[in-house]
Design a protein around this ligand. Structure first.
Ligand SMILES: Nc1ncnc2c1ncn2[C@@H]1O[C@H](COP(=O)(O)OP(=O)(O)O)[C@@H](O)[C@H]1O
Ligand SMILES: [Mg+2]
Length: 250
């Protein structure tokens, strides 16, 4: 088990009760999909795992998110360190306004790695892991914005991988991409799970069914059902789940 979520509640600005008593586990080297109608709390839940909500001081977590035998919601948690172990990829590609090389080496330099050979090697490894190396190896000094949307998304993944994370969080990573780029990201995620754990928010149910091992179905901030993806899609326990996955509402 990689992450265990125990009685998790989350409040925006101390008021909006966006997550209610969430309990489930994220398994290591698996892909877990978070699905549910718009506004049900998928992004909110994903952002608990690397404490992204801390950017606003009145947001409040209750309960536990256990990772490496400690509750990462504790005040003492080093969130900078946490975010290098639990990386995040957003809906729209978010490269920095700098070269391809500098995008990937950015975090490494912050960590104090100065040796040029080491930086080059780690940039190459990360770009290879993100299935982007062959497309960019001749133009590492070009601006990242010269890349296509799909390439930018893989660049962002390479940047996250350079920090050698244990977990990658994806928030609808392909919703701004064409089908071919989407396929590449899906293929890449399946490849990456050999070495790390992936949690992906998607409102594309075919994508969840294709990619994930486990699926959590949320509604109105509550976990309706969690289980193996095949079970959730083909033989769910809850009628609500069945109605949702069969497209009766959404
Ligand atoms: N910054 C915020 N402040 C207050 N409420 C928010 C904020 N962000 C999201 N919410 C509310 O929290 C709920 C869950 O939102 P979200 O996690 O973004 O849903 P999803 O990703 O499933 O579409 C919604 O009711 C939304 O309106
Ligand atoms: Mg969302």
């Amino acid at each position: 088990m990689e992450i265990e979520i125990i009685d998790l509640d989350f409040y925006y600005s101390g008021q909006v009760h966006a997550l209610k008593n969430i309990n489930f586990s994220i398994l290591k080297n698996k892909i877990t999909a978070l699905i549910g109608p718009s506004g049900c709390g998928k992004t909110t839940l994903l952002r608990c795992f690397n404490r992204m909500h801390d950017l606003y001081p009145n947001n409040r977590y209750e309960g536990k998110v256990m990772f490496e035998k400690r509750n990462i919601l504790n005040k003492e948690e080093d969130v900078i360190q946490l975010r290098s172990k639990i990386g995040m990829v957003f809906q729209k590609p978010t490269p920095f306004p700098m070269s391809i090389f500098d995008n990937v080496s950015y975090g490494l330099k912050l960590k104090g790695i100065k040796n040029k050979t080491e930086l080059s090697e780690r940039v190459e490894t990360s770009l290879k892991q993100a299935a982007l190396w062959d497309e960019v190896k001749e133009k590492l000094n070009k601006n990242a914005f010269d890349l296509s949307g799909g390439q930018q998304q893989r660049l962002v993944i390479a940047r996250a991988l350079a920090a050698e994370p244990d977990i990658l969080l994806f928030d609808e990573p392909t919703s701004a991409l064409d089908p071919i780029s989407t396929g590449k990201i899906e293929e890449l995620a399946l490849e990456l799970k050999q070495n790390l754990t992936i949690i992906i928010v998607t409102h594309n149910m075919q994508q969840a069914a294709r990619m994930s091992d486990n699926t959590a179905f949320l509604m109105l901030g509550e976990m309706v059902e969690f289980g193996e993806t095949a079970k959730i899609f083909n033989d769910p326990i809850q009628k609500l789940t069945k109605d949702y996955v069969s497209g009766r509402f959404g």
